[in-house]
Design a binder for this molecule. Structure first.
Ligand code: CP
Length: 298
């Protein structure tokens, strides 16, 4: 089943190909191919990813069909596999899937259900099109991935974006170090604190607390309804001091996949400042998805 479910499917050659096509499309070149109809199946909320895919399909000349969990037969207990088989019978070219279930897109892709499948974010798993758009963003900003110093700070454990970037960026030569909030068993080198992160990095990549995926206990500590925070816990009032981006050095760039919580993960004055690439990530995310779906349609 063709598609993209995991950042490990992306390599240097595909990044280069997608960047060329994304740049051409952004300059107004016509699409080389387009899907007729793509189903956007979203079983979790989304602004950037959902609208970027919808825009991308429309700009290629195709049509997006929105299938929300609450307004579809998913709410009546139909499974995701059955849903995708039904969409295939309705002759959609492809399915874009966001789901809270870790690993579901990879399992469905392995089952080969008919339409191509793109993972738009699965639980704590993967968010490969965010990783693709973020990579296009650094390249378009003139940053060379080889040796680029990136400090990823905040809730890495709950972040599928972190998992995809930690799979992809080191393979492109990025020196990716982490300051995790909460339990973290990844291989990346750890930074001591925000002082070290901002002194060292060329790019600070901020991750919000993904509280919707936290345990009850962690959420209670967060909201101040429990006693003292344990080593892997943090109260809302402490997050900014420990993991928030309060300042940037001259020339340093800010990235964040969003949604951001100004005042919690990033200082409000920095979110859309000149040094911020946050909105570029959104725009390149759309052009990257155009390039990806153009390739899937050809
Ligand atoms: N970055 C991202 O996935 O944002 P949305 O949840 O708004 O799609």
């Amino acid at each position: 089943m063709p598609g993209l479910v995991d950042a490990r499917q992306i390599d240097r050659a595909s990044i280069s190909r997608h960047l060329d096509r994304a740049r051409s499309l952004r300059e107004g070149d016509p699409p080389l191919a387009a899907p007729t109809c793509v189903a956007l199946v979203f079983a979790e909320p989304s602004t950037r990813t959902r609208v970027a895919f919808a825009q991308a399909v429309a700009r290629l000349g195709g049509r997006a069909l929105h299938v929300d969990a609450a307004g579809s037969s998913l709410a009546k207990g139909e499974g995701m596999e059955e849903t995708i088989r039904v969409l295939g019978a309705l002759e959609v070219d492809g399915v874009v899937l966001r789901t809270p279930v870790d690993g579901l897109p990879a399992d469905l892709a392995a089952a080969g259900l008919g339409p191509w499948l793109v993972n738009a974010g699965d639980g704590r798993g993967q968010h490969p099109t965010q990783a693709l758009g973020d990579t296009l963003t650094i390249l378009a900003a003139g940053l060379e991935p080889e040796g680029l110093k990136v400090a990823m700070v905040g809730d890495l454990t709950g972040s599928r974006v972190a998992h995809s970037l930690l799979d992809l960026w080191p393979r492109l030569g990025v020196d990716l170090r982490v300051l995790p909030c909460g339990p973290w068993e990844g291989q990346a080198e750890r930074l001591q604190d925000m002082g070290e992160a901002t002194a060292w990095a060329e790019v600070v990549y901020a991750l919000r607390p993904q509280t919707e995926r936290w345990s009850e206990r962690r959420r209670a500590v967060w909201s101040g309804d429990e006693g003292a925070a344990g080593p892997d816990e943090v109260a809302k009032g402490d997050y900014f001091a420990r993991f928030g981006v309060a300042s940037l050095a001259p020339g340093q760039r800010l990235m964040a996949p969003g949604p951001c919580w100004p005042g919690v993960d990033v200082a409000p004055s920095l979110l859309f400042a000149d040094q911020s690439l946050v909105l570029d990530q959104v725009t390149w995310g759309m052009y990257g998805r155009m390039a990806l779906m153009e390739g899937l349609a050809s």
